[in-house]
Write a protein that binds this ligand. Sequence first.
Ligand code: SF4
Length: 333
Amino acid sequence: MQKLFPNERLGRKISKWYLLHGRHDLPWRKSISPYRVWISEIMLQQTQVVTAIPFFKRFMRQYPTLKSILGASEDEVLALWSGLGYYRRARYIFQTKEIIKNLYKGKFPKDFDSILSLPGIGRSTAGAIASIAHNQPFPILDTNVKRVLQRLHALPDNINDKLMWELATHIQDRKDLFPYTQGIMDLGATVCLTKEPLCKRCPLKKDCKSAFQLNTQISPRKIIQKKKMALKFYLFFDNEQFLAQKNNELSIWSGLWLLPPEIPINFVNKYTVSKDFTVTHQLSHRTLEITFVVCKMKRLLRPKTNHEYKTVKINSYFDLGMPKPITQLIKNL
Ligand code: SF4
């Protein structure tokens, strides 16, 4: 088994490669701090780099430092996340900064176990923060890194995590952790591509057991059968504002602001329907069929309801954490 473990020599190749070919321009790779690494890593957990960049920049404009986010409300953090999806991540950010404020005196913890105990931070994210921001030799094992290591050793897809973590630990270039950690992520994202690995450009090609092999040997992505879910929302609005309702019922978009799913009892006969249409919206495991009923009122009433609601200025919808299909609807009013 010992033979299987790569050594730092390969890690060294990766860090050298990073210095020449890495993605040095990514915004979170400038002005490195635990805070910036943390926010970027959480964003990148389920979002591609190209999509995450404008959200990261927007987030940093609003909260440039850890200190600046400590007083933010959950709604304010969710509003900045609006359109990025997987809103649980925004709630984790809120919970984490509360813990940092109350338990760590406003400083991001340095100790690996403390980082790992924070909401939304698994072993790989903790490893990224510890190695990139604190220069501590903890490995990362995200999807890209896993793919590189698996191919390097020609391991099957169902290989156990324990072995993968050992491989990820042994290959680290401990003398140059920063370029190594960024490098192995970039190698997976830009060279060892899922469908067509660019082995010619790979610094590991002489050591890799899968180098230049036919792409058909690489297992195709599983096709996920998505469940369908039908939703209906009413957009009640007048010339200035609309009615938003906090979501405490749907399992998706939990805690976000949505529109009422039914007509408040005191609204009956007080509006005219100007549009009624259905849109399709894809989530990772669900296809949503959302019917919107757009209802114009002369003057927006306060609903008689037990639900938490808000009347919101139409041109301030971006101040709320709302999912994309709803913000798009309001934007086009
Ligand atoms: S040689 Fe090819 S398959 Fe092997 S790690 Fe590099 S890009 Fe991936």
